[in-house]
Design a protein around this ligand. Sequence first.
Ligand code: F6P
Length: 359
Amino acid sequence: MRRIGILTGGGDCPGLNAVIRAVVKTADEHGIEVIGFKDGFRGAVVNEYLRLTPAEVVGILIKGGTILGSTNRDNPFHFRMEKSGETVYIDRSADVIRNLHHHNLDCLIVIGGDGTLSCARDFMRMGVKIIGVPKTIDNDLKATDLTFGFMTAVDTATDALEKLHTTAESHHRIMILEVMGRYAGWIALQSGIAGGADVVLIPEIPFSLEQVAEKIRQRKERGRSFSIVVVAEGAKPVGGEMTVSRVVQGSPDPVRLGGIGNSISAALEELTGLETRVTVLGHLQRGGKPSAYDRILASRYGVAAVEMARRGAFGMMAALQGTEIVAVPLEEAVDGLRKVSPTGQLVTTARSLGICFGA
Ligand code: F6P
């Protein structure tokens, strides 16, 4: 093992730099060189890269974002290009393989979520030596108990809930916090528990607004004249659809979610007689420095990825199972999404704490 490549793809999240730093430092310990491709798979297609030595990673442990850049648009198998004024999509996977050979890379470490790691899986099937590292604030990757970045996002949402509590109480209002989570409600559920929410609405449990209103009315009867609602962007009413803010034609992820908080706000105001306000946390959840927990987890993943490369564990992803970092097949990690179980322990715990799911 003499030289490895690394890239960060998909939506960014806190801890990406901590992984890069851990990879570079561990590789350096073993005399392995590291090439970092810029902006996810785009850099590997067009051969834009940086040499990453320990000097390049000084001070980045605590920095949010990624020094390599990232994109959730550029899939090398369906690569967007302009030709004679027209947008066309071309399979440029052969360019990636050529660039990996050009740099004499012994393997490629891909740090990403479901979309990026699915591309990595496709390269693996073409014979590329890939090692995956699980990233996403949504925590919805299979085969790992936790992705790095998630706990920081939960901290950010919990902090927002604490702040909303005091103003909700002063003004006797319903405060709705809309958080990320397209198909999985992990951020809403865990921040809801940590931040003492009264209602948590997640994609996995379609809700009835009447039941939410009933919970708020019961609280009012007990003298609690305010309520805190956390709603995941992908939550939907029973028999209804997710709330779409925009459809961007031609994008690999054309459906942008958002707006569920506002869409339930007026109805809740009417049903309960309480004034309602909405806060959309948005990309604040993806930015900023990683929590101590995520710095440790990201560092463990980075070290493990290099160790996996050294022992030839290709086609595998570093994963947290229990308290141990293990290697799991990449195929397993991208075989569907890991969602909240409506009957699982976390939901039943939340219900025991009095949290209403609107169903
Ligand atoms: O995948 C992480 C995620 O944060 C989703 O929860 C969210 O829907 C999406 O990214 C937003 O992505 P973008 O940065 O393209 O708006």
